[in-house]
Ligand binder design. Structure first.
Ligand code: NAD
Ligand code: DAU
Length: 348
């Protein structure tokens, strides 16, 4: 099988590429990535020189380039992760999200539709998010039947891309599958997202900006469990179907931040309570969704997937990874990014 993985130099994509390259030596894996601020080839250093792996630098918003790539490479399957992924950036610059997340997805769908001759042995797998379902109150879970109700420009662009994927299935019979996952955490996540940002800020004794009162709830899943779910769905998911993926692991932001502070105090040999003093309540995120929580029963019952790791263990592993990979962390947080982050923080 020739498989195209888009966004493979990003956080989740790098874990998916690693799993496929290592587990399936007979597959040829092509990783297509534009290498935006969030994409980093250092995330895949261990795969350099592997015979079944190739990196191609390119932009999914360039339709001609995508069509040509499909013509040349004869892909059997696509796992599409490339996206602008950060909600705060979508609030300050929504247009970039429309180009990459909507136009980029449609370019890939067009190429698959026109280049693939026999659809029976092909699959277009689109990776999406639980944010398309909107916000839950204190009760209830998102199921595959939950109505779409996106609030941020990011989730609106992901919802748009999901609709296009379904439309290509319904209109052209393109073989597709979609999964919608909850918040991921783990190694190689860009430190603008809550968990790695706070680990890095604690390390440097910088303020920990908790939005609003920290009452918002997220359902956290270890990234390698997400990659394992993607593997199962790619090989065994039913075409035309949607699968929700989630950890069944809800945390209020403020409680999660306190746990991170406690673990970091221990790891850094600081007195208990030291890191918590860095917590700073700042202006809330505009349109901030209160709660996300996933019902992953369909995936568990149909395909036998379940998360492998307890959250406390995963969080500790994650913190150890960031502390042991200082060079990676310093590289991605230096230069332009640090300027951008400091400006955003000052403007809150
Ligand atoms: P990320 O921001 O870490 O990585 C995105 C990757 O896409 C980067 O390598 C970037 O260079 C690449 N990219 C961006 N624009 C591109 C373009 N125009 N052309 C080619 N490549 C481009 O994102 P992530 O957190 O790994 O998320 C991956 C996917 O999973 C996204 O589709 C996201 O919506 C979805 N998702 C993420 C989470 C999460 O918690 N992070 C949860 C559910 C779903
Ligand atoms: O639910 C899946 C989504 O999870 C993915 O689709 C997105 O790509 C991913 O970025 C993530 O979105 P969130 O907005 O939930 O993640 P983030 O890490 O940005 O924020 C998590 C929570 O923490 C959210 O309630 C906002 C809050 N937060 C975040 C940051 C960066 C803070 O309080 N302070 C912060 O500095």
């Amino acid at each position: 099988m020739n498989i195209l993985i888009t966004g493979g130099a990003g956080f989740i994509g790098s874990h998916v590429v690693r799993l496929f390259v290592n587990r399936y030596p007979a597959y040829k894996i092509v990783n297509l990535d534009k290498l935006t601020y969030a994409g980093n080839l250092a995330n895949l250093k261990d795969l350099e020189g592997k015979a079944n792996y190739e990196f191609v630098k390119g932009d999914i918003t360039n339709g001609d380039f995508i069509m040509k790539l499909f013509e040349e490479r004869k892909f059997d399957g696509v796992i599409h992760l490339a996206a602008e992924s950060h909600v705060d950036r979508s609030i300050s610059n929504p247009t970039a999200f429309v180009y990459t997340n909507v136009t980029g997805t449609v370019n890939l769908l067009n190429a698959a539709r026109h280049i693939w001759k026999d659809y029976r042995s092909k699959l277009f797998y689109h990776i999406s998010t639980d944010e398309v379902y909107g916000s839950l109150g204190r009760e209830g879970l998102f199921t595959e039947q939950t109505r779409y109700d996106p609030h941020s420009p990011y989730s609106a662009s992901k919802a748009g891309s999901d609709h296009f994927v379904r439309a290509y299935h319904d209109t052209y019979e393109l073989p597709v599958v979609i999964s919608n996952c909850s918040n991921n955490y783990g190694s190689y996540q860009f430190p603008e997202k809550l968990i790695p940002l706070f680990i890095n800020n604690i390390k440097h004794s910088k303020p920990l900006p908790v939005y609003g009162k920290g009452e918002n709830v997220r359902d956290w899943l270890w990234v390698e469990d997400h990659a394992a779910a993607i593997n199962v769905i790619f090989h065994h998911g039913r075409k035309g179907q949607t699968y929700n993926i989630g950890g069944g692991n809800e945390w209020k932001n403020i409680e999660l931040v306190r746990v991170i502070c406690r673990i970091m105090d221990k790891k850094l040999g600081r007195p208990a309570g030291e890191s918590e003093k860095l917590i700073t309540f700042v202006k809330d995120r505009a349109g901030h969704d209160l709660r996300y929580a996933i019902d992953a029963t369909k995936l568990k019952n149909e395909l036998g997937w379940k998360p492998s790791l307890q959250f406390e263990e995963g969080l500790e592993k994650t913190i150890d990874w960031y502390l042991n990979n200082e060079e990676w962390l310093d590289n991605v947080t230096s230069g332009e990014y640090q300027k951008y982050y400091d400006e955003q923080y000052l403007n809150r």
